[in-house]
Design a protein around this ligand. Structure first.
Ligand code: HEM
Length: 201
């Protein structure tokens, strides 16, 4: 896996994985392990995603475009990317898209260590009033409601069309889809933490 501390990527504004400025996750190693066990996440899932890293590198842009199309087609979703005049904030959308594409690759490459945990807390916060808009100095609505993060999971996990060419081994293709699905669930579960009151997560 990519070393988790080779972090800053000046080509992606606001992408500061591993920075000391990231939020600190309060999730312990043990909490994380229990979550991974609950999801059925294993070393085999980790190896499989990494094995297909080139697929993720090649397809990440198209994957994000397809999810963006779903958001763009529903005004109650695209609302969260709109400026004070109600029109889409295209600069904000472009900056967030670049980080979103990087996230897809990170899902396949980043080990689940402290830097990774901290960045999951950070991404969760960036969907909430505490940090939304802060990274880009934008003026869109102050949060994405948690219910939409949760409801969007099936959109992001339904990635078969992008994985089709990855392997001719049908079992491996299914395992790859399962690994991606579990990884997405794990991420959103961690992002839900900043939305909850202390002690209730
Ligand atoms: C499965 C669900 C989702 C995934 C995997 C996801 C993923 C991401 C990622 C990776 C980022 C960039 C994090 C970074 O700054 O490095 C991001 C930011 C953002 N997402 Fe989501 N997202 C999801 C659901 C949603 C939904 C449903 C909406 C609203 C319709 C949304 C709106 C946003 C916005 C507005 C930002 C920018 C926040 C800011 O920094 O100001 N997301 N998302």
């Amino acid at each position: 896996m990519t070393s988790s501390s080779d972090t800053k990527n000046p080509a992606i504004p606001g992408y500061d994985f591993g920075s000391p400025d990231n939020a600190r996750s309060s999730v312990s190693r043990e909490d994380l392990l229990h979550l991974e066990q609950t999801l059925g996440w294993t070393g085999e899932d980790e190896r499989l995603l990494l094995k297909h890293v080139e697929l993720f590198r090649t397809k990440a842009g198209q994957m994000v475009d397809s999810w963006r199309a779903v958001i763009g087609a529903q005004s109650h979703l695209s609302y969260w990317f709109g400026g004070p005049d109600g029109k889409p904030d295209d600069e904000y959308k472009a900056r967030v898209k670049a980080r979103f594409v990087q996230w897809v690759i990170d899902v396949a490459t980043r080990p689940h260590d402290t830097n990774w945990l901290n960045y999951q807390e950070e991404i969760g916060l960036r969907h909430t009033p505490e940090k939304k808009n802060k990274t880009d100095g934008s003026h869109t609505p102050p949060m994405v409601p948690l219910r939409y993060l949760l409801a969007f999971i099936p959109v992001v996990t339904d990635a078969r069309e992008f994985f089709q060419g990855a392997t001719s081994d049908a079992r491996e293709l299914t395992a790859l889809e399962r690994a991606w699905t579990k990884a997405v669930h794990l991420h959103i579960t961690l992002w839900s933490r900043p939305y909850t009151r202390d002690g209730l997560w």
